[in-house]
Design a protein around this ligand. Structure first.
Ligand code: PLP
Length: 409
């Protein structure tokens, strides 16, 4: 038989989901059942997630953006309030505050790790107060899966009477080392009001679209549950219009609900929850595989320093969402677009995480141009390389070989 054309190795995107037959069976079981939404699979996913991170409550929602918006609503943020947000993040962290009319006090980040530290947050608070805003919350981002320094930020928040909303969209399965050296799951909310997660397909576990907010605070949990479904209240103890709510026998009318203020339809469906729950069962394996690949990348890339070096590390036990390298793209012949195109030609995807959000036209128009040199330094150098559980060691080597080839060229 004649040999066919040599097949090129598969294209490696910077991230992608890992779905197997179990996941497919879990989703089809829901499709064959009675509840496509507002059913028991959402509740099971919430319980399993709360248990996995060690939080009292977990509230599932449509995506990570909805999770952040619900968290901002639960803090009752209003115009005149402000939230401190690191500029190196996805748009959603900042936009969630704006959905409530609150201002975004952009903070700088460490140009080696992409993380907001205490001094960065303090500088942002000072700028916000000079602008006349009332700072209400810090929203640290556990960038790439590595933990921000929550103890330092929580000390600051406590001293200033601020809440912390952790943007843990990158950090499903990550653990941080606290000051006493204990390993604590991100999402345990031991030093924050709430933590928000995303189950977008490039994240550590996938639900298609999906999000979760965890908290240990009963009142915040009630608010999150109310606003994830139109602001509807069904707890008789909370009814305001007693006459309409209760029948002659003193029992709550079975059809009755109240809406103290409008919420949203941010519900997760049971179809998505089935996939999320099934994936949650594989989280430890995914995290281990990601850690192995990160170790291999580190080792194989070491000889390419100082041209290419991996981004700085914050400690703890990250569930690596991204593998980011820092490259001096300002050096002659190392234009980033050309590097990305050359990698793509060799079947290697890459991405930039992120364009600092304060540079977005909407925010530039609102706040003018801000001087955040750490965020700009990060942006000028960062490049995310492929990292997902189905990659083989050979795939990692192929990415490194492609970079080596570029450097030699
Ligand atoms: C840091 C960060 N925050 C928030 C989000 C929003 O999550 P979702 O895409 O699920 O709405 C993302 C997702 O890309 C993210 O990376």
């Amino acid at each position: 038989m004649a040999a066919g054309p040599p097949s090129s190795p598969p294209y490696l995107p910077y991230g992608r989901q890992a779905i197997d037959e179990d996941d497919i069976a879990a989703v089809t079981a829901v499709l064959r059942g009675d509840w496509l939404t507002q059913g028991p699979t959402v509740t099971r996913f919430e319980h399993a997630f709360a248990e996995a991170v060690g939080a009292r409550h977990a509230i599932a929602c449509a995506n990570g953006t909805a999770a952040l918006h619900l968290a901002c609503m639960a803090l009752d943020l209003h115009p005149g309030d402000a939230v401190v947000v690191p500029s190196v993040t996805f748009l959603a962290t900042a936009n969630a505050a704006r959905y409530c009319g609150a201002e975004v006090a952009f903070a700088d980040v460490d140009p080696e790790t992409g993380l907001m530290g205490r001094a960065d947050a303090e500088a942002a608070i000072a700028r916000a107060e000079a602008a006349g805003w009332r700072v209400r919350a810090l929203a640290p981002v556990h960038f790439a899966g590595q933990a921000a320094d929550l103890d330092a930020l929580a000390d600051l928040a406590e001293a200033r009477g601020l809440a912390i909303i952790e943007d843990a969209c990158h950090a499903v399965g990550s653990r941080r080392a606290n000051r006493a050296g204990a390993s604590i799951a991100i999402g345990a909310c031991d030093r924050s009001a709430m933590a928000c997660f995303s189950f977008h397909p490039v994240k550590t576990i996938a639900a298609g679209e999906g999000g979760m907010v965890t908290t240990n605070d009963d009142a915040l949990a009630r608010s999150l549950r109310r606003d994830v479904s139109h602001g509807m209240v069904r707890d008789p103890a909370a009814f305001q219009d007693r006459k309409a709510a209760f029948g002659a026998d003193g029992g709550a009318n079975p059809w009755y609900y109240e809406m103290p203020a409008p919420g949203y339809n941010y519900r997760l469906t049971d179809i998505h929850a089935a996939l999320g729950l099934s994936q949650l069962g594989k989280l430890d394996r995914f995290v281990r595989r990601r850690a192995d690949m990160v170790a291999r990348y580190d080792e194989r890339l070491a000889p390419l320093a100082p041209f290419i070096r991996h981004a700085g590390r914050s400690g703890g036990k990250p569930a690596w969402h991204l593998y980011v390298v820092l490259i001096d793209f300002a050096a002659p012949g190392r234009d980033r677009a050309a590097v990305m195109a050359a990698l793509k030609a060799q079947g290697v995807g890459s991405q930039v995480h992120y364009i600092p959000v304060h540079h977005q036209p909407y925010y530039r128009e609102r706040y003018g141009s801000l001087d955040l040199p750490g965020a700009d330094g990060w942006y000028q150098a960062c490049l995310s390389l492929p990292l997902f559980p189905a990659m083989t060691d050979g795939d990692v080597d192929r990415v490194v070989a492609a970079l080596e080839h570029l450097i030699k060229a």
